[in-house]
Design a protein around this ligand. Structure first.
Ligand SMILES: C[S@@+](CC[C@H](N)C(=O)[O-])C[C@H]1O[C@@H](n2cnc3c(N)ncnc32)[C@H](O)[C@@H]1O
Length: 314
């Protein structure tokens, strides 16, 4: 079933003008590992900045969360390896909170790993993983429990949505929550353009491999015959809009087959792979207001490169 939707989405994107692929498909077993290596790379400042907030301010975040309500569960959208959220889970345990942790991730592999790993890291927490897309899994969770929620959406994953889709997504997310539920959401802030671009163009070429791995995934699971060497990774950053975009560029005129269908590429034709939006404080406030949230607290790293905003559904 997942393979069928995957092939359908891939063919839709590769038949469009301009061609595109959905970045949620980066995350197969190899993609998960490559993303973890990106997070450890020298240039990818986002993880260190975000991690510093969780390492140093988790007890404060836990206190702020507890001021408003005693009983809540923690839900994490796109949990990944949950390294950052583990700090917060530990702080909540230190504060003697009784809660379940529900990681949601499109990668089944990630969910299986978290269900074994998190109980080792935070023994007193019950972990119930949900493998699938953010909102359908949140719906499933709402059928399982009506307890108050604190939803984590970290790692600037909201930045992967086009600006209109980000607002639509946050509105839809708001509709899946109850009044008083909270959302802790991560934003990468606008900063020096060189620093931003380097984060998506690391010297070791891990981000290049991460992008090319999606072509490999298409070869492996959608009967594709991409020659990975004939595509080049090309990231861009526009300081006017705060938008980082990455492309794979066909180095030659060529024909590729996916699931028996021919896909023609011109020389230098791009496939649009991913966007990563950067935000100002007023962009963040606007997003909150447009989606029916009120800002409760903003948590910054010491360089003010990154911000985790705590919003409340009003
Ligand atoms: C950029 S990583 C962030 C991981 C983690 N939150 C962090 O901050 O380190 C994005 C994660 O979201 C998951 N993901 C991407 N698109 C998704 C979707 N539409 N539904 C559910 N999970 C998704 C990926 O599998 C991946 O683990």
């Amino acid at each position: 079933m997942i393979e069928k939707t995957f092939t359908k989405d891939i063919l839709k994107g590769l038949s469009a003008t301009p061609k595109y692929l959905q970045s949620k498909y980066f995350y197969d077993t190899k993609g998960d590992l490559l993303f973890q290596r990106i997070m450890q790379s020298e240039e990818y400042y986002l993880t260190d900045a975000d991690m510093e907030i969780f390492e140093e301010q988790s007890d404060t975040i836990s206190n702020v969360l507890s001021e408003q309500s005693d009983y809540f569960d923690v839900v994490e959208l796109g949990a990944g390896d949950a390294t950052k959220s583990t700090h917060l889970l530990k702080a909540l345990v230190r504060a003697k909170k009784d809660f379940n942790y529900y990681p949601i991730d499109i990668s089944e592999n990630i969910i299986e790993q978290l269900e074994t790993e998190i109980p080792k890291r935070v023994p007193s927490v019950t972990v119930i993983g949900l493998a699938g897309e953010y909102l359908p899994m949140l719906e499933e969770l709402n059928r399982m429990t009506s307890k108050k929620k604190v939803v984590l959406f970290l790692g600037s994953s909201i930045g992967n949505f086009e600006s209109k889709s980000a607002s639509l997504f946050l509105n839809a997310l708001n509709n899946h929550l109850n009044k008083g539920d909270r959302l802790l959401i991560g934003f990468d802030l606008k900063k020096n353009p060189h620093q931003i671009l380097a984060a998506y163009n690391d010297k070791e070429g891990i981000t290049r491999d991460f992008n090319l791995n999606l072509l490999q995934r298409i070869n492996d699971t959608a009967n594709g015959d991409f020659d990975l060497d004939s595509f080049e990774h090309y990231p861009t950053y526009d300081p006017l809009t705060g938008t980082c975009k990455s492309y794979l560029i066909s180095k030659i005129k060529q024909q590729v087959s996916v699931d028996g269908q021919p896909i023609n590429f011109e020389n230098n034709e791009p496939i649009y792979m991913e966007m990563s939006q950067k935000y100002s404080e007023s962009d963040i406030e606007q997003l909150a207001r447009d989606a029916g949230f009120e800002t409760e607290h903003l948590f910054y790293d010491s360089n003010k490169w990154y911000c985790n905003a705590l919003w409340k559904k009003i």
